[in-house]
Design a protein around this ligand. Structure first.
Ligand code: FES
Length: 160
């Protein structure tokens, strides 16, 4: 590959963001953004889950292993989770997971948790645009040299 090819490839890089959105809030915000014809970065591959607490750390590892450049988890605001504490559990898992990934040298901008209600389409747009910009600047996801992806903790090993 020539230098010109490399430059063109870098310029054309568009990140793939795997987005796990709660059915009751962030997924509806994405729906509202669509029906409102809002324009935002089209980089997300949205996966609907019933609650942000349903996002197993293994889902995140699998997303990165299968080509994601970033992972976004969207859930209901604290106090609004339809399953009472699902988002609280999601936050605990997320904190641990992001620490594991940053310890490996993965940039923290690549994994993000946001509370976005069904009415907050504009916030969804802003988060998507910001995350796409940040990851575009970082470039494609790669584990740092010498890093070995950890085995994901089993669900029962992750704090509830
Ligand atoms: S139902 Fe939305 S985060 Fe739990």
């Amino acid at each position: 590959m020539s230098d010109t090819d490399t430059t063109e490839t870098a310029a054309a890089f568009e990140p793939t963001i795997v987005a796990f959105f709660c059915n009751w809030c962030t997924y509806l915000a994405a729906d509202l953004a669509g029906t409102s014809r809002m324009k935002y970065a089209p980089n997300a591959r949205i996966i609907r889950v019933m609650c942000s607490g349903r996002v197993d750390p293994q889902f995140v590892f699998d997303a990165f292993a299968k080509g994601a450049d970033g992972v976004l988890i969207g859930g209901c605001h604290p106090g609004d989770c339809h399953y009472q504490e699902g988002n609280t559990k999601a936050l605990r898992r997320f904190t641990l997971l992001r620490r594991m990934l940053t310890d490996l040298g993965v940039e923290e901008e690549r994994i993000r948790l946001e509370w976005i209600s069904a009415a907050e389409a504009d916030r969804l747009r802003d988060v998507m645009n910001e995350m796409a910009d940040q990851i575009r600047a970082l470039g494609p996801f790669r584990l740092p040299d010498g890093a070995v992806a950890p085995a994901a903790p089993r669900r029962e090993e992750v704090p509830a």
